[in-house]
Design a protein around this ligand. Structure first.
Ligand code: COA
Ligand code: NAP
Length: 260
């Protein structure tokens, strides 16, 4: 992966203040890109931006909720005033918790769908005006729940299935403008908020690890390396793809995830 360079590239990361998305942002920044991050909490954004700068990256960011198109418009204006048209747009904001359908209110279901599914539409719809045409790469961060029915995950399953459909439909609609749109599907990635919520103790973590054919949890770099590859010119003929980076774990089908 060391040969990839993103000098003079501009990268916008929605949901970029922590975890997998921050790992992706860091990988692009380390390879020369200018990176703009958004998430809801201004302090988390500021800390993430400071961390990227401390390691020599060029980074800025602001607070914006993906459920709020006006806030997204303002963030895109701020980002593009700084770095011009967007070469790479990562949409990865998400919320999740373990609960059965009968243990979640209608509002709880709606909250996750609003962030993951409607938020992804908002990020792409509002971002389109600022994408480089031709040449931009859009990457939605999906999840195995999109295609593996999983107990206690009806909200995430429904939302991420919709995210992958957004990927495929917009790959068709935007292809003639030279914009590629793909989904990246991380499996269980160690030391992330997502995994802390889905496998909240060592026993659950061990069960999860055992379902991975490669017998380990993923690392942030595993996802970031695939994100950079998919957004690089070498993947210039790849669009509408839903690519797993999961050690083979989704080959086993859905899991019985339980709140413990
Ligand atoms: N079980 C059942 N319902 C839950 C729940 C749980 N563990 N956690 C939250 N809810 C419900 C709330 O009770 C509320 O429903 P109500 O109004 O009927 O009471 C609804 O979800 C919305 O909660 P709220 O805290 O107001 O939403 P928010 O927009 O502030 O936060 C969440 C969104 C709930 C997804 C929050 O967990 C979050 O911010 N997550 C981001 C981090 C994350 O999830 N990372 C992993 C990504 S994979
Ligand atoms: P995380 O650290 O909690 O990342 C979620 C990010 O989204 C945070 O930066 C959060 O910051 C931001 N966010 C949440 N709601 C938002 C909103 N309404 N508007 C804007 N930003 C918002 O979790 P993660 O585990 O790294 O997950 C990152 C992505 O990977 C998600 O799309 C998730 O579905 C996917 N994924 C994770 C795993 C895993 O093993 N962890 C597996 C499969 C898929 P704020 O709180 O500041 O808003």
């Amino acid at each position: 992966m060391s040969e990839l360079t993103f000098e003079n590239s501009s990268v916008f990361v929605a949901g970029g203040s922590s975890g997998i998305n921050l790992g992706i942002a860091r990988a692009f920044a380390e390879r020369g890109a200018r990176v703009f991050l958004i998430s809801r909490d201004p302090e988390r954004v500021a800390a993430a931006v400071a961390g990227l700068r401390e390691s020599g990256g060029e980074a800025r960011g602001c607070a914006a909720d993906v459920r709020d198109p006006a806030a997204l418009d303002a963030a895109y204006r701020q980002a593009t005033d700084w770095f011009g048209e967007i070469d790479v747009l990562i949409s990865g904001a998400a919320g999740n918790f373990l609960a059965s359908a009968l243990d979640m209110s209608c509002n709880a279901f709606k909250t996750v769908v609003d962030i993951d599914l409607l938020g992804t539409f908002n990020v792409l719809r509002c971002g389109h005006a600022w994408l480089r045409k031709p040449g931009a790469a859009v990457l939605n961060i999906s999840a195995p729940q999109a295609f593996n029915p999983t107990r206690n995950q009806v909200h995430a399953c429904a939302a991420k299935a919709g995210v992958d459909m957004i990927t495929k439909v917009l790959a068709m609609e935007w292809g003639d403008q030279g914009i590629r749109v793909n989904s990246l599907v991380p499996g269980p990635i160690g030391d992330t908020e997502g995994i802390r919520r889905l496998a909240p103790n060592e026993q659950a973590l061990e069960r999860m690890r055992a379902t991975v054919p490669l017998r380990r949890l993923g690392a942030l770099a595993d996802v970031a390396n695939m994100a950079m590859t998919l957004c690089s010119p070498g993947a210039g003929f790849v669009t509408g793809a839903v690519l797993t980076v999961d050690g083979g774990s989704s080959l086993q089908g859905g899991r019985d995830l339980k709140p413990e």
